[in-house]
Design a protein around this ligand. Structure first.
Ligand code: TA6
Length: 308
């Protein structure tokens, strides 16, 4: 069952329609997938039209902020390991449709380019859409539109707007599943979730409380809920902190697969867990969003860096 997109996917046609000389350019990316490259005086970012997937964020003169596995697969029908996968309309396994793929379908479909523009002649902004189609209907019986707006200023801003086009309400969970690049997992800590409650996905979703800063000595897979807090990823090896602000999100998921799970994933190098950590801006676990007919809801994350 194939679905064609509303807009072209060849870079030449996309540049003709949406290119912004010097700021937004469409190219053939990894695996031949069409990507949009956004750049300004501070940084550059690459976005795969397939999956609506931010692949990189590189502030000038810095180590990459996002991590992508060297074993990532860039094939339609597969999720790209790294960057910022769009998790929608369910986080993890679907309770209602348990046979459906984990983490929903949005990251495994080609999105449409809605528009590309330059704000104040310096800030490139890309807007992608995903509309319900035969494939989504076979997995989830609702009409919707997702609008993904990516803005590159001195921060990387990502807004995922969900719109209910049905005659009935629907529930969903979601995440901007950000993989961050770190010098070494032993040299990092996460601030901002102290004293927050979380569900431990490795301990039968046991409810626990985070005492101090999060550090990593084994597989970690925690859904913090009822938190609107900004997180800070402190990396003493790179001498920087990554600041993860958020809006429209009451969950933050923190994940490192560590040794055994890394080995079980074919698109994840056995030793790559040393150099990544996921801090995901989400609405997951008990934080379910209900959209009424015609309603919309925005999940937003804003990523920036600061020297330590
Ligand atoms: O966000 C953490 C998590 O739910 C982990 O349990 C792990 O499964 C990760 O997502 C990656 O999931 P994926 O389906 O992309 O392999």
């Amino acid at each position: 069952m194939s679905v064609t997109t509303l807009t072209p996917t060849h870079p030449d046609e996309l540049n003709e329609l949406f290119g912004q000389t010097g700021f937004i350019r469409f190219e053939e990316g990894p695996g031949g997938l069409p990507v949009a490259c956004l750049k300004n005086g501070h940084a550059e970012t690459m976005v795969s039209i397939y999956g609506g997937h931010v692949l990189s964020y590189l502030p000038d003169g810095e180590e990459p902020v996002l991590w992508v596995s060297e074993k990532a697969q860039y094939e339609t029908g597969k999720a790209i390991r790294g960057g910022i996968p769009i998790i929608w309309p369910w986080f993890g396994a679907s309770k209602r449709y348990p046979k459906n793929p984990s983490h929903g379908f949005a990251r495994k479909l080609t999105w449409d380019v809605h528009s590309a523009r330059l704000i104040d002649n310096t800030v490139p902004q890309l807007h992608l859409d995903l509309q319900d189609n035969d494939i989504t209907h076979s997995l989830w019986p609702h009409s919707f539109r997702l609008e993904l707006v990516i803005t590159l200023s001195d921060k990387l801003d990502i807004e995922l707007r969900a719109i209910n086009l049905c005659k009935n309400p629907f529930d969903y969970t979601a995440a901007l599943h950000s993989y961050f690049n770190v010098s070494d997992i032993k040299h990092v800590s996460v601030l901002g979730l102290e004293r927050r409650s979380y569900l431990d996905q490795l301990d039968n979703m046991e409810r626990k409380i985070q005492e101090g800063p999060i550090t990593f000595t084994s597989e970690t897979d925690n859904i913090f809920y009822d938190t609107r807090d900004t997180c800070r990823l402190i990396d003493t090896g790179f001498g920087r902190e990554i600041v993860i602000e958020k809006h429209g999100s009451t969950s933050t998921v923190v994940w490192n697969p560590w040794i055994d799970k890394s080995k079980r994933m074919s698109d994840f190098g056995d030793e790559e867990y040393h150099n990544m950590v996921c801090i995901e801006t989400a609405n997951a676990g008990p934080d379910v969003i209900t959209l009424n007919p015609g309603g919309h809801y925005e999940l937003c994350t804003s990523i920036s860096t600061k020297p330590l």
